[in-house]
Every structure is written in structure tokens, then in C-alpha cells.
Ligand binder design. Structure first.
Ligand code: GLN
Length: 569
């Protein structure tokens, strides 16, 4: 049961300002600010508070939508169609609460907004400067989340590392907010305590320097979360506290964890949530504990699998696993749900050829073809799909993965030789995947795709309908190209059914092959919606089908659709 102290949520909900918690990073990047922020949010949420998390990204791109996945990993998409940093995916997966455009701000967006205001004359002839105009805009973007009193806590993660030129205006904005409202604002600094093997010691100096750097910018952190490979003893904790002007209880150890889903519990062991509440004047009573029952149940199932299933994830960005973060997490959620360890085999689509496809995919229990853009690696994806389809191996295609499934089927089953997507081959004789009319005139690359959640109606009697258990769903999109309606009848006759349709535009959102053991592909991205407490049904059914099928080509003649469905649900 969520335990809310009288001085906590009730007070906050009845008019008290939201509390602002900033999370900064020092010493090194990749310390896991996103996971620590999400873990703290989880602990506060489990105490009954309403929490949201925001990411401020110091780069000049207006959003990460135009970034190559190799740069920052996957682009996460919110229900309202914002293309955002992948950390928002962690926030949603941990909290089971939707984020929006307001949860991810970049320097590009801040400047764009300030420059637009300047052009409209809103600064009344003043010289527009970083302080106060840029910093005011940053503060506005943070405070807007608190202005409706919808949230008790706004946790704002500042991307990058303290000391970077890019993040200076953000640190200045937070300094001002802390100065203006010290009782409602808290700063958590995430830092690294490296272990020097030669000396056999943990070293605090980088942390001292990092805090000094923050102090030079006028910010005294309230809490230090210390990433470390070894436990911090009390002497080290005391030293850090003394040198960095924080209380001993504010030195929080963040030891390397087996899985990111352990971190909320590790943070709870270190009393991070209690220290936060205390510092913000919301002391928790001693017997209050966050209700993490379901979370622990998930972890138990995740860590104690009864079996292992081997899934091939075919994509062209596999060198950087973060490019497919939401997919790999959604597979993990589904695996935990089924008490199954999902071992992902990362398969580079450029390396698959007609000659080696049997060898590369032969030991897999299921094949997932990933989203993507452009022509690189397409042939390998088509080979993988043909292999899955003709060998009755469970298949799941997402976005470009669905488009490739359509192309493969067109060529090999419908008889449309050289069928293609016009994204890859503009003048194909059979454009089975094509641009929507309104997309044809767009030349701007940023924010112009079909983005965010759209309704999809599921056909009676279809596998998709069976999997979801409802007749209408909302799923998130991020693409320009679509299934070409002109070919739909030919596909249906040849055995590939359109089982999910957008009720407004009539666009095909899901295709499936009922005669196959398990072959389903979606134009939308179900992976964005999978969370720890609500694993996505399409991922559960796919993993389940893979478990039932076992590795490689199916040797029995048992491919009836009823069996496929019952095995998959
Ligand atoms: N490139 C394809 C399109 O734009 C697919 C996009 C994707 O996989 N997200 O339609």
C-alpha cells in the first residue's frame, strides 16, 4: 500500500509547490544518471507521490529525431509524438507513466524558442543574452511541469558532465532556482569513485574536483550519488562528506548492478528516497516503506528463469546496442513475464546473405527484424524474413521490419518481382511500400514523420486481435512510408492479412500470415509502450511462440494457425 505521510502528498496536492530535484553528473559520462533518476522517481512513486522526470539535453539539435542512432542510441517516441532521448524510455519503463514533449528539452529547442520570441518583438528591444533570456527559458521549461500542481516532484536530469561548456546555462538556471526557492529545490550530483587496482584503493579526488567545479558555478550539491565498483566503507564516506560539504547520510553508494532494474532497490538500501524527503522537509515516518511488491516480483521472475530462448535481433545498428534499447527491454519484460531468459543474438543485417543465412539464423528460436531508415542492410533483412517465413520460424517485424516483410512477401508469394519500398528504390515497378500523399511534398527532415500514438482497429478473428484481447488499440509511430493500399487484395489472396487498420486513414498497421506458426509485423513501434509492470502483449506472444517453436526450422508438420495462436497466447 502506498504510504503517504500527512505532510507529503496531501500537502503538496493541496497547493504546496512542486519540489524540483535536479540530477547532475560529474567526472565522466555514462554513469547512469537516467537510471538513478528513474530509480529515485520509482521510490517516491512507490510512496504514493506523483512524480515526473525530465531530461535537459545540452546539444543544439532541436530534438534527437535527426540524429544517427550511433550518436546517442535510439530515438524514443512519446505518445504525443515527441522524438526524444532514450532516457525517457527508462522513465516510462520504470514509472509506467507516459511522458510528453515537455519531458525532453534540448539547447536547440531553447534557442529556437528564444529566437522566435525575439523575432516577434517579445523582448521589447532588449539585448537578448544567455543570462537572463536563455536561462529564463530553461527555468520556464522546468517550472511548466510544476505549474499545474499535477506532480509532487519534478526530477530534472541535466545531460552531459558538469564543466562542459554546453551545460553551463543549465547549471546557471538551476543555481537561480535553488537561490529563489531553496526549500523546494534539491541537487543530486552523480559522480564516480574510481578504484585504482595498483593501489588497491577507491579514490575520492575526482569527486572532490567535480564538486569544486559545481561550487565554482555557485551550486552546492545536497546529495552525492557515488558510482563505484566496490563498496564504500565508512572512512571513504566520511572523507567524501567532509571534502564536499554534505552530510554523511547524503553520501549514497551506487554500486555496479547486475541489471538496471536492481537500482531502485539498491537506492532504497542506501535510503536515497528518505534523505531526499528529509531534505525537502517531507520526513517519512520510520515505518513508511515504498510499496515495491510488484517490482520485486518482476525481478524475481527475471532472475529465476525456467528456460532460455534465443531471439535473433536483425538490424543495421547492432554495434551500438542502445540503438535498440526499447526493443531489448521489451524482450526482457516479456521474458520475465514468461519466466524465460531471452538471449538476444545481435545480427548485423549487412552480414546476412543467401549463402550464409541458414548458418547465421539456424539456431534461433525466433527472429525479430528491427526498425530503420535507408537502404543499408535491406537485402540481409529480406533474406532473414524469407528464412523465417519459409522455415516456419516465429517472426516479428517492427516498422521497417514490417515493410521488409511486405516486400519479401510481394516478391516471393504475390509474384511481384522487384517489388520494393520507394524509400529504397524510387522507381520500382511495384511500390508496395510508398509515401503517403501528404508526405511527398515535405522536404524538412525534423519532426515531419507520422509520429506518436494513433488508433488501430484489430480485425475480428485475427492473430493480433487474439493477442491484444481487445478490438481497438493505440500505438506509437515513427515513419514516413506506408503499406500501399493498391496491393492489399493481392496480399490477402496470397495469404498475408492486414489485421490492424487505422480507422481514420485506412492505413494498414499490422500484417500477419495466419498459416505460419507465428508471423506478425507492425507498422507502429510496440516496444515504446512496454514497461516493467505492463509488458507488451506483442512481445509476450512472440517470446512465447519462440519458446514453443524451439530452435531452427520447424521439423514437424504442425503449422496450423490454431496451434500457432494457442501456442502464442
Ligand atoms: N524508414 C521507414 C519509414 O520511414 C521505417 C521507419 C522505421 O523503421 N522507424 O517509413
Amino acid at each position: 500500500m502506498p504510504l503517504i505521510t500527512p505532510s507529503s502528498s496531501e500537502t503538496l496536492a493541496s497547493g504546496r509547490n512542486s519540489r524540483y530535484i535536479f540530477v547532475t553528473g560529474g567526472v565522466s559520462s555514462s554513469l547512469g544518471k537516467g537510471i538513478v533518476s528513474a530509480s529515485l522517481a520509482k521510490l517516491l512513486q512507490a510512496r504514493g507521490y506523483r512524480v515526473t522526470i525530465q531530461k535537459l539535453d545540452p546539444y543544439i539539435n532541436v530534438d534527437p529525431g535527426t540524429l544517427n542512432p550511433y550518436e546517442h542510441g535510439e530515438c524514443y517516441v512519446t505518445v504525443d509524438g515527441a522524438e526524444t532521448d532514450l532516457d525517457l524510455g527508462h522513465y516510462e519503463r520504470f514509472l509506467n507513466v507516459c511522458t510528453t514533449q515537455a519531458n525532453n528539452i534540448t539547447t536547440g529547442r531553447i534557442y529556437q524558442s528564444v529566437i522566435n520570441k525575439e523575432r516577434r518583438g517579445e523582448y521589447l528591444g532588449k539585448t537578448v543574452q544567455i543570462i537572463p533570456h536563455i536561462t529564463d527559458e530553461i527555468k520556464r521549461c522546468v517550472q511548466i511541469l510544476g505549474s499545474e500542481s499535477e506532480f509532487d516532484f519534478i526530477i530534472t536530469e541535466i545531460g552531459g558532465t558538469v564543466g562542459d561548456i554546453e551545460s553551463l546555462p543549465y547549471v546557471e538556471a538551476l543555481r537561480q532556482m535553488k537561490w529563489e526557492s531553496p526549500d523546494d529545490t534539491l541537487v543530486i550530483h552523480l559522480t564516480l569513485i574510481p578504484y585504482l587496482a595498483a593501489a588497491g584503493e577507491l579514490k575520492t579526488k575526482p569527486t572532490q574536483h567535480s564538486v569544486k567545479q559545481l561550487l565554482e558555478l555557485g551550486v552546492q550539491p545536497d546529495i552525492l550519488v557515488c558510482r563505484t565498483e566496490h563498496h564504500l566503507n565508512s572512512a571513504i564516506r566520511t572523507k567524501i562528506a567532509k571534502f564536499c560539504n554534505v552530510s554523511l547520510e547524503s553520501v549514497i553508494e551506487s554500486i555496479d548492478a547486475d541489471t538496471i532494474y536492481d537500482v531502485p532497490l539498491l537506492m532504497q538500501d542506501e535510503h536515497l528516497d528518505e534523505v531526499v524527503l528529509k531534505k525537502l522537509g517531507l520526513e517519512a515516518s520510520p515505518d513508511d516503506t515504498p510499496d515495491l511488491g510488484e517490482w520485486k516480483e518482476f525481478l524475481y521472475r527475471f532472475k529465476n528463469p525456467d528456460q532460455t530462448v534465443h531471439i535473433g535481433l536483425v538490424g543495421k545498428y547492432v554495434e551500438l546496442k542502445d540503438s535498440y534499447k526499447s526493443i531489448s527491454e521489451a524482450l526482457a519484460h516479456a521474458g520475465a513475464n514468461l519466466k524465460t531468459r531471452v538471449e538476444i543474438h545481435w545480427i548485423h543485417s549487412e552480414q546476412i546473405s543467401r549463402k550464409n543465412v541458414d548458418e547465421m539464423l539456424g539456431k534461433l528460436d525466433g527472429i525479430l527484424v528491427a526498425p530503420g531508415f535507408g537502404s543499408r542492410g535491406i537485402d540481409g533483412k529480406l533474406e532473414a524474413i524469407e528464412y523465417a517465413r519459409t522455415n516456419d520460424v516465429p517472426f516479428f517485424g517492427i516498422c521497417l521490419g514490417m515493410q521488409c516483410a511486405v516486400i519479401e512477401f510481394a516478391r516471393n508469394k504475390v509474384g511481384l518481382t522487384d517489388a520494393h519500398s520507394t524509400e529504397i528504390k524510387e522507381y520500382t515497378p511495384y511500390p508496395v511500400i510508398d509515401l503517403m500523399a501528404e508526405q511527398k511534398s515535405i522536404t524538412d527532415m525534423g519532426g515531419t514523420m507520422r509520429l506518436g500514438a494513433y488508433t488501430c482497429e484489430l480485425k475480428e478473428g485475427s492473430i493480433a486481435r487474439e493477442i491484444y484481447g481487445v478490438d481497438s488499440i493505440e500505438e506509437r509511430h515513427r515513419h514516413r512510408y506506408e503499406f500501399n493500399e493498391a496491393f492489399r487484395n493481392q496480399f490477402e489472396e496470397a495469404g498475408m492479412k492486414a489485421s490492424g487498420i487505422n480507422p481514420v486513414s485506412g492505413l494498414v498497421e499490422i500484417v500477419e500470415i495466419p498459416s505460419h506458426r507465428y508471423f506478425i509485423a507492425s507498422q507502429f513501434h510496440p516496444e515504446y509502450a512496454s514497461t516493467v509492470l505492463a509488458p507488451h502483449p506483442l512481445f509476450i506472444s512472440f517470446v512465447k511462440a519462440a519458446v514453443m517453436a524451439g530452435p531452427g526450422p520447424v521439423k514437424t508438420g504442425n503449422t496450423a494457425s490454431e496451434d500457432a495462436i494457442s501456442g502464442a497466447i
